[in-house]
Design a protein around this ligand. Sequence first.
Ligand code: G6P
Length: 624
Amino acid sequence: MCGIVAYVGRKIAQPLLIEGLKRLEYRGYDSAGIAVLDQKGQMHIRRAVGRISVLENAINTHAHPLPEAHIGMAHTRWATHGAPTEVNAHPHCDDGGHIAVVHNGIIENYSVLKKFLSEKGHTFSSQTDTEVLAMLIGDLYLELKAKNHLAKGASLLQRAVQAALHEVEGTYGIAVVCKDEPDTLVVARKGSPLIIGVGDDEYVVASDASAIVEHTQQVIYLNDNEMAVLKPSSFKTCTIDDMEISPVITQLEHKLEEYELGEYEHYMLKEIFEQPNAIKNCLRGRVEQREGRIVLGGVSELTKQLVSARRFILTGQGTAWHAGLVGDYLMEDLAKVVTECQYASEFRYRNPLVEENTVVVAISQSGETADTLAALREAKDKGATALGVVNVVGSTIARETDAGIYLHAGPEIGVASTKAFTCQCVVLTMLATYLGRRKFMSQTQCQEMIDGLCAIPEQMKRVLEQSDVVKDITNKFCERENWLFLGRGYHYPVALEGALKLKEISYIHAEGMPAAEMKHGPIALIHEGMPVVFIATKGSQYDKVISNIEEVRARGGVIIAIATENDANIRRYSDHVVYVPDVLEPLQPLLSVVPLQLIAYHAAVARGCNVDKPRNLAKSVTVE
Ligand code: G6P
């Protein structure tokens, strides 16, 4: 949600910033802007509504080309305060034009600050909270300058940013430059991610590693309430309260190629096809097939606590919440522990009961989702042990949990989450089996689960081979505006996920629900020709699902069944069938979700939608 990239060093900033913005575009894409500061201290800003390509065009066709500056910053926006217009696009300046700011997050007390600054005579040109922050920094900067308030060794800009951030409530990842200090870039964070890439006499700061990896593998992850003052040949990190901190430089986990599209037309398709490998990586070192053992290094120190936990609360948003629902079934089925899955956004505000011996599991691809983070903090404040099931290494949720299990799915760029979902399910399966084995699960069952997990990558390839079959089926119905996705047991969350995927990238209205629930209302929607996707794999509820299929068929619905290989019977009840290999019931979601991801993908392509950047959405939602 909003992407920031900033640079200070010896190279020419503009191409590097634009390239960085393109890599961050999936974080928000309703408007974009860039500011560079030339050696004479002149600020040059260009902004545009729409995608980065529109900004590029605006830069190239502007009467004055951008100068060859060595410091600058850029932003791609997902609007929160103020419509996506050019005046609301970042960077924002103070009214004196001294300061420019790019910001990811929300300044919650912006209206109070705006009133205060207006009364001091400042004039605003946008509706954004960010302009208020720029104005505040500018106002404090001039005040400090007038007092000649330069503490030894500190930049005046640094002081002004620190003073301003003390007044601010809310969340921010910011980069700030000032005309009077044309070699200084100040960055700070609270609640929104910010990573500093450390190169040779240069620094690239960005909201995530994708914009950094091309330039350096060495990074510093800023923590909340920390900031950095960066010059080409020096840098210092400190807290907002000016306590100096020694930076920890770490190595980025992923290489540039992993962020590239490669031979694929869209990131979503690439990530769907990466799933067998992603799952292999997720299992690597954790599943010892020969010994019949699961080894979860990330949680081993807490094993006793986890085994004796009385309750697990799984929480997340969007697709991560769906994985949590699968986890709910897994934990009760395999680990025999009371488990509930809650929307993080609801959990955090309901004053939840967190009894003794409760474990909260925060599930998040990005590790930055604001609601999930807040739910995690709420549960921790109430005494819960906190686990993270996170993909992005070093992300806030990963750092704020007591222990965790990374997905190791590799970077996920497509806004619609796919490989993160299946890897989240794999991690939760391993966790449930790991705990179950320490309680009631026999070695035989544990071995079955392990063998089953290890076979999934190859079996998933067989499902992916049917992409064209799914495409043909989808193309027949992709103009229909209403779809239903139905499943029972482990497939209920999969039905929700299938409907979400279709909604978010193809803009078709779709609902997912437990197949049995349909009779209690939604059946009224069924009409001649309405596509209804049933997940009807072999398992404990197969016969019941067949009955539900009959109910829909009787009312004219078109049945698309996801069924188990060799189930010839299902053809009698369905108009179209996509087969998936026969696997243990707890593992079925890993395969049955794949055709649904492909339905959504092919429908979006057929309808001419922007698959990787669906309207109104952002990959990582760092505001409430
Ligand atoms: C956004 C994305 C979804 C994602 C959800 C949770 O809504 O568009 O694809 O599932 O956030 O994100 P997280 O990073 O916490 O998994």
